[in-house]
Design a protein around this ligand. Sequence first.
Ligand code: ATP
Length: 224
Amino acid sequence: MAALNAPLGIFGGTFTPIHNGHLRLALELRERLALSAVHLIPSSRPPHRDSPQVSPQRRFDWVRLAIGTEDGLIADDRELRRQGPSYTYDTLASLRQEHPDRPFVLLLGDDVANQFHAWHRWREITDLAHLVFVERPFEPPAPAPELVAHLRGRRAHEASELHARPHGLWMSAHIPPLSISSTRIRRLLKAGRSVRGLVPEAVISSFTPEDISLLSHDEDPAND
Ligand code: ATP
């Protein structure tokens, strides 16, 4: 059982659609880092890629279905309730108002480490949260030198360090890799192939012909 002031995990993504790689990441890290909960937060208007054709509300519905009754995972729609680009800084700032003292842990795939320095107010994100980079099943691009310089001397090696202060550290986490991406799922759907075992059953059961058509026509992200 997580302690009273155990950190809150924050996991954002476009989730077009959410898949088992996302779920395993949230569950593994909730357990390993003894997080009180993990908020899964679909990006309404991702600032650094085209907005998915699938609506934010539909992508949020899938997050809720994927979580089901799992304890400690929370489908959080705060980015759907804001106008303008969905900046992670703003999301963390709004969570901080609700939890003034709680450590925050921002969960990121390590493929994000070469783009993070382009995020809105990225340096200030470390004034709100710790960063945990999770290994993806492919070789990540090298982290940007700006990020490396900013994080120098702030590495945590134990989860307990993330519990001891509210923000400002970073950590790398290895979880058993699942070679799943939303891009791959969209490609399979486009080819009329099965996505069983990659996407939670409740999400697959909810797919309408329109969902499948929109997913099939969503572009691959430019940087994929
Ligand atoms: P796309 O293929 O459309 O880029 P994605 O599968 O990478 O999608 P996103 O919604 O863009 O999913 O990702 C949200 C976060 O989840 C990112 O930090 C990404 O690195 C991470 N992530 C996605 N899939 C996995 C996986 N299989 N294992 C670990 N992390 C993952």
